[in-house]
Design a protein. Structure first.
Length: 82
């Protein structure tokens, strides 16, 4: 389904609802196709939805000594002595 940017501004909720139901929407400006709106698909593990992404990110992404952010922080806090 092709829509213009003007149509998207006029009724964004209806268009986003259509995309969430699986309709691929192509957004055009002056007849030129510029963007595509597709439904969001969450990542799954073994068929179950993952609510929280438990991966390291940013500068910690390639760190090999931690399985998750929670484990890394927990281990850092263990070392503190008061």
């Amino acid at each position: 389904m092709d829509i213009s940017a003007k149509e998207l501004r006029g009724k964004p909720t209806q268009i986003i609802e259509q995309a969430s139901r699986g309709t691929e929407i192509v957004i055009t400006i002056r007849g030129k196709r510029l963007a595509r709106l597709v439904p969001y698909v969450s990542k799954t593990k073994a068929g179950k939805k993952v609510e929280k992404e438990d991966l390291l990110f940013g500068m910690w992404k390639y760190r090999n000594n931690a399985a998750s952010v929670d484990d890394l922080v927990r281990n850092m806090r263990k070392r503190r002595s008061f």
